[in-house]
Design a protein. Sequence first.
Length: 235
Amino acid sequence: MFVVYAHRGASEYAPENTMSSFYLGLKLGANGIETDVRRTKDGVLVLFHDKTLERVVGETGGVGDYTYAELLEMRVRNYKTATEDIIVRFEDFLRYFGFRDINFAIELKEPGTEKEVLELLEKYNMREKTVVTSFKFECIRTFKALCPSYRVGHLAADFDDEAIARMKEIGGEQLCPQAENVTAEKVSAWHEMGYSVRAWGVADVELMKLAYDSGVDGMTVNFPDLLVSYAIAKQ
């Protein structure tokens, strides 16, 4: 089954990594949600992508410089659509979305959060429908060691023999290359090795189509409606 992951929700149209964005992603037909986990100054796991608040919140510093109560006073904005929402606790996200029959890609942004993320995923019975990912290989290595039955995926621009060997060593299941580096030949080879493949960094519709046509198993997109329509048309 091809998975359309709403990237930080339907982030083309709504404030990224917020409840409104996640709900909109599902409304637009996504059968998966991708999101990012960071820790606040007082130890609360929240959903936020960037190292700093500047781009989407307009404040200085990062999530780790503020308490969760302080972050709640701020607003995440989508400037294209003039919409705003609040920063979401990871547990609240799991409470409202974890019971749904969809797929989840949970990206670890910071080493040291693996155990807490695992505990919350287990609390909400997320094991069978979740892949835990990171650009930081040590995060997925640590997570896999904590609970080998969870699927993990490595995010990278591309994958050479060394990167694939590292994934094999930890028993990783998913390769997540940047969409512009995906080819049908690479995807076929990775499939033969037993990996699923999810593309990221889909900047526009043309790149989306090229990645889909290469045979990837899923894709994270800001505009899930357009990927859903294309996938239906190609069936």
